[in-house]
Write a protein that binds this ligand. Structure first.
Ligand SMILES: [Zn+2]
Length: 851
C-alpha cells in the first residue's frame, strides 16, 4: 500500500506539542542576536481570508528560519480592534461593540492557530482593551504636552435627517447617507489634529535610511508628503487693505498672471465680492459646500468657478486682474488661493478658455524668439524655456529666472521664497463610540484640561444606546459627559470624540516587546532592545497612511526620550493580493458563481450569454473567494502554505489555482515516501564516494546554499520551494539507498523543509528516530568543498555550431581543455584535416574551433 501523509491528524498533534514545549515563546537568551518579525495586525472581522493566510505564512517562514539560524525571535500577533463595523453591528443587530469584537477575535485566533504559525500568543494585544488604550490615551497626552495636538474647525459629513456625523465609508458614491438616504452635507466642527506637518521634512529625508523598503513605497510616501520649493507672493486688492497670498512653484511665470482664484471658503471671498455678484457668489458657495474634496478636485471634471467682481493687482506688472472663486481651489491646502497663469499651466489654461480670461505668454521654447507670440496657444506650455514679456528678466533662462524673481520680490516686499508640503495635519477626531476616548476635559474656568495620568484610561461606558441618530453615543450619555474639573472641581464636560483608529496602529509594534506592562506604556529598555522591527510584512494598501503615521509616532516618542531609534521598520515586504478566477457577464455586469459555470465554455446560466473570465482579488461579492478552512480540511495546512509560497514571489499577486494546490500536496507526499521508505540501518560505512554519490552531495549542498540565499533580504520564497523540489528529485533519482550521502540528503531535506511545511517536517523528523524538535535544529551551512564538481560537461563547437559534448576534469586549465576538445570524437569527425584558424576556449563551458 502507498504510504501517504495524512494532514489533519499530524498537524493537530504537533500544534499541541509545540504549545506544550513552549517552542513559540520569545527567547530571553540575550547572548543571541535579536530578530523582530511582524505581520501587520488584522482587523477582527470574524473570519480569516486567504490574504491574511498569505501575509502570516510569509512572516512565519522568516521567523522559523531565523530561530534555526540562532536568533532570538519576537513574532507576535494582535488585533486592530476598534472601528466602524463593530458600531454598525451594534446599530443594526443590537450586539454591543465589545461583545461583537471579542467574539470575532476568538474565532479568528482559533483559525490562526490552525495555520501552524510560530506566534508568541502570550504577547497578544487588542487595541480595544482598556489595558491597551490607556496607553494610547497616554501617548495622546504626550503629543498634547509637546504642542503637537491642537484643535481647529474642520468639515465633517453631516446627515441632516439622522442629525449625525458620518464616516466617509458611510457616504455612498451618490453622496447619500448609508442609513437615511439623505444628501450628505458638509458641516464645520471643532476637532483635534496632530501636527504631523512639523515632521514633514524629517519624514521625507529619513526615507533615505529605509534601505530595506521597496522603492515604490518610498516614492508613494515622498509624493504624499509632497514637498515643493517655490515662492509666497502677495497680490494687492483694489479698494481693500488686505492682500491675497498665493504659493507657487513657478515664480518665473508671474508676469503671465491674468487672474487670481480664491477657494469659496476663503475669508476674503465676502469682502472682494461686488454687490452685483453677491447673489451668484453665495449660490455658488452653497453648491460647493455639498461636494466632497474628491469631487471638487477630480481631474476629469470641468473646472467650475465664477467672478466675484473684485479686482486684484499683479504687483510685478501693475496690471489689474479679476478675482474669481472656483471649486477646485481648497481652503485647507496652501493659502486657499492660487494665481492663474493660463499660458503655462494646463488646468489654468482650460479654466481660462472656459471663462474667456486673457492668456499671456511669458515663456517660449529655447531658441524660438518672440515669433511664437504671434500664434495662439493650443495648450499650455509648461516646459522650461526663455523668459519674455517679463520686465527686467526678459531673455533669461526660465530656471534661473525663478531665483532671480523671488529675490526681486523679496526686495520689493511682494513675497519671499517658501517651501510647502502637500501633507496636512492629521485630523484624528471621530464622532463615534468604538474608539479610544480623547482624554480631555473642558472646564469653564481652566479651559482645555488633560485627564491626569492616574485617571487613565478614560473608559468607554457600557450602558450605551446605539441608534445611529443624533450626537455620538458618548455625547448622549450625560452620566459620562459630566465630570468635575481635575484642576478646580467645577462642573465640566468630557471630550466626546474618540480617536481615529490609525492612532492605535501607529504604536502597537512598540508595545509587543513589553505587552503586559501595566505601569508604563513600555519599558524603554525592552522596546529599544527589540526595535526596530527587522522584517515587517503587510499589504501595499498600507503603503502610505499606516506606515507614515507609524514613522511619525516613532519620531515624536524619540523626541520625548521614550525610545532611541529614528525609524520603526528596518525592512518592509509588501505582499501581493490573492486573486482567483471570476466570471462576469459583460452585458449585465453581474458576477456568476463558478459552481454555476462550465469552465470549458463559460456562459451565463440564465441568459446563455458568453462570460468574461479573469483573475481578481478574492471577494464575496465576486463569488471567487476560497475559504482557508476548506483548503486546510482537504489538503492540510502545510499544503496550503507550500502552495502560497511557491505560486508567486511574495510581492507579486498570486492567482489561486486548484491544480497547483494539488501539485504541492503531491510534492509533500513524495517527500513523505522518500523519508519513510528510507531505512537508515542499511546504510554502509562511509568510505570513498563514487562519482554518483559526489554528485548527490553536490546537489545537497547546492540546495543549502541556494535556499539560504533565497531566504535573505528579499525573500525569494517561491524559488526556495523550487530548490526543495530539485533536491528531492536529486535524492530520489540517485537511488543510492545504502549511501551515507543519501542519509545526509534525507536529513537535510527535512531541515530545509521545516520553515515551509513545519508539521510534516516535524513528523518525519520523529519517524526517522531523531530527537528534539526539528525547529530547534541549527540551520545547515553548506560545505564549499562539496560544491566543487569532479567533472564538467564541455561543449564542442565548430564555427559556433554545437557538434557534441565531452566530460572533462573540472580543474582542467585552458590549454588542457583545448587538448581534450581537439582529441574529442566530435572534433576529429567534423574537422577532418581542415586548417584551424583560431580556438576559443570558455573555461567551464565550451571550446569553439574557427576554420
Ligand atoms: Zn477647572
Amino acid at each position: 500500500m502507498e504510504s501517504r501523509y495524512i494532514p489533519a491528524a499530524v498537524e493537530e498533534k504537533w500544534q499541541k506539542s509545540w504549545a506544550n514545549l513552549g517552542l513559540d515563546r520569545t527567547s530571553t537568551d540575550e547572548s543571541k542576536p535579536k530578530f523582530y518579525a511582524l505581520s501587520m495586525f488584522p482587523y477582527p472581522s470574524g473570519s480569516l481570508h486567504m490574504g491574511h493566510v498569505r501575509n502570516y505564512v510569509i512572516t512565519d517562514v522568516i521567523a522559523r528560519l531565523k530561530r534555526m539560524q540562532g536568533y532570538r525571535v519576537l513574532h507576535p500577533m494582535g488585533w486592530d480592534a476598534f472601528g466602524l463595523p463593530a458600531e454598525n453591528a451594534a446599530i443594526e443587530r443590537g450586539i454591543p461593540p465589545a461583545k461583537w469584537t471579542y467574539q470575532n477575535i476568538a474565532q479568528m485566533r482559533s483559525q490562526l492557530q490552525r495555520l501552524g504559525l510560530s506566534i508568541d500568543w502570550e504577547k497578544e494585544i487588542a487595541t480595544c482593551a482598556p489595558e491597551y488604550y490607556k496607553w494610547t490615551q497616554w501617548i495622546f497626552l504626550q503629543f498634547f504636552q509637546a504642542g503637537l495636538a491642537y484643535q481647529k474647525e474642520a468639515a465633517v459629513n453631516w446627515d441632516p435627517i439622522d442629525q449625525t456625523v458620518l464616516a466617509n465609508e458611510q457616504v455612498d458614491s451618490a453622496g447619500k447617507s448609508w442609513r437615511s438616504g439623505a444628501i450628505v452635507e458638509r458641516k464645520l466642527l471643532r476637532q483635534w489634529f496632530l501636527k504631523i506637518t512639523d515632521y514633514a521634512e524629517q519624514l521625507l529625508n529619513d526615507l533615505d535610511k529605509l534601505t530595506g523598503w521597496p522603492e515604490r513605497v518610498k516614492i508613494m510616501q515622498a509624493n504624499w508628503i509632497g514637498k515643493s520649493v517655490g515662492a509666497y507672493l502677495e497680490f494687492p486688492i483694489v479698494g481693500l487693505e488686505e492682500k491675497i497670498g498665493v504659493f507657487t512653484t513657478r515664480p518665473d511665470t508671474v508676469y503671465g498672471v491674468t487672474y487670481v482664484v480664491l477657494a469659496p471658503e476663503h475669508p476674503l471671498t465676502a469682502s472682494v465680492t461686488t454687490p452685483d455678484q453677491k447673489e451668484a457668489v453665495e449660490a455658488f458657495i452653497q453648491e460647493v459646500a455639498s461636494q466632497s474634496e474628491l469631487e471638487r478636485t477630480a481631474e476629469d471634471k470641468p473646472k467650475r468657478g465664477i467672478p466675484t467682481g473684485g479686482i486684484a493687482v499683479n504687483p510685478f506688472t501693475g496690471a489689474e486682474i479679476p478675482i474669481l472663486i472656483a471649486d477646485y481651489v481648497l481652503y485647507e491646502y496652501g493659502t486657499g488661493a492660487v494665481m492663474g497663469v493660463p499660458a503655462h499651466d494646463e488646468r489654468d489654461f482650460k479654466f481660462a478658455k472656459e471663462k474667456q480670461l486673457p492668456i499671456q505668454i511669458v515663456i517660449v521654447p529655447p531658441g524660438t524668439g518672440k515669433t511664437v507670440l504671434k500664434t495662439s496657444l493650443k495648450q499650455a506650455y509648461t516646459e522650461p524655456g526663455t523668459v519674455v514679456n517679463s520686465g527686467a528678466f526678459e531673455g533669461m533662462d526660465s530656471t534661473k529666472a525663478k531665483d532671480a524673481i523671488v529675490q526681486y520680490a523679496e526686495q520689493k516686499g511682494y513675497g519671499k521664497a517658501r517651501v510647502q508640503y502637500r501633507l496636512r495635519d492629521w485630523l484624528i477626531s471621530r464622532q463615534r463610540y468604538w474608539g479610544a476616548p480623547i482624554p480631555i476635559i473642558y472646564c469653564p474656568s481652566c479651559g482645555t484640561v488633560p485627564v491626569p495620568e492616574q485617571d487613565l484610561p478614560v473608559k468607554l461606558p457600557e450602558d450605551v444606546a446605539f441608534t445611529g441618530r443624533g450626537a455620538s453615543p458618548l455625547a448622549q450619555l450625560e452620566s459620562w459627559v459630566n465630570v468635575p474639573c481635575p484642576n478646580c472641581g467645577k462642573p465640566s464636560l468630557r471630550e466626546t470624540d474618540t480617536m481615529d483608529t490609525f492612532i492605535d496602529s501607529s504604536w502597537y509594534f512598540l508595545r509587543f516587546p513589553d505587552a503586559r506592562n501595566s505601569e508604563e506604556v513600555f519599558a524603554s529598555v525592552k522596546t529599544n532592545d527589540w526595535m526596530p522591527v527587522d522584517q515587517y510584512v503587510g499589504g501595499i494598501e498600507h503603503a502610505i497612511l499606516h506606515l507614515l503615521y507609524s514613522r511619525f509616532f516613532t519620531k515624536v516618542l524619540r523626541d520625548r526620550h521614550l525610545i532611541n531609534f529614528d525609524e520603526p521598520f528596518q525592512s518592509l515586504l509588501t505582499q501581493g493580493m490573492v486573486q482567483a478566477v471570476t466570471y462576469k457577464n459583460p452585458l449585465t455586469n453581474k458576477y456568476i458563481p463558478s459552481a454555476q459555470v462550465n469552465e470549458q465554455d463559460p456562459k451565463d446560466p440564465e441568459t446563455g450569454e458568453a462570460l468574461e473570465v479573469f483573475y481578481e482579488k478574492m471577494s464575496k461579492s465576486k463569488y471567487n473567494g476560497v475559504a482557508p478552512e476548506d483548503v486546510i480540511a482537504q489538503y492540510g495546512v502545510d499544503t496550503a502554505r507550500m502552495f502560497i509560497l511557491f505560486k508567486a514571489p511574495p510581492e507579486k499577486d498570486l492567482e489561486w489555482d486548484k491544480a497547483d494546490v494539488e501539485g504541492q500536496f503531491r510534492f509533500l507526499n513524495r517527500i513523505w515516501r522518500l523519508v519513510t521508505e528510507f531505512d537508515e540501518t542499511k546504510v554502509r560505512q562511509a568510505d570513498n564516494l563514487s562519482s554518483k554519490e559526489k554528485e548527490l552531495r553536490r546537489a545537497i549542498h547546492l540546495a543549502i546554499k541556494e535556499i539560504t540565499a533565497d531566504l535573505e533580504g528579499e525573500y525569494h520564497l517561491n524559488t526556495a520551494v523550487s530548490e526543495l523540489m530539485k533536491l528531492s528529485n536529486a535524492i530520489a533519482d540517485s537511488k543510492c539507498f545504502d549511501s551515507p550521502v543519501y542519509a545526509e540528503g534525507i536529513e537535510t531535506l527535512m531541515q530545509l523543509l521545516a520553515p515551509f511545511a513545519p508539521h510534516i517536517a516535524e513528523e518525519l523528523w520523529h519517524l526517522s528516530g531523531k530527537t528534539g524538535s526539528i525547529h530547534q535544529q541549527t540551520w545547515r551551512a553548506y560545505d564549499p568543498d562539496a560544491l566543487v564538481a569532479d567533472e564538467i560537461t564541455l561543449v564542442i563547437q565548430i564555427m559556433g555550431k554545437t557538434r557534441g559534448t565531452i566530460q572533462v576534469p573540472a580543474q582542467a586549465d585552458k590549454q588542457e581543455l583545448e587538448n581534450y576538445a581537439r582529441q574529442s570524437e566530435a572534433a576529429t569527425r567534423h574537422l577532418g584535416d581542415k586548417e584551424i584558424k583560431k580556438v576559443i576556449v570558455v573555461p567551464g563551458k565550451l571550446v569553439n574551433f574557427v576554420i
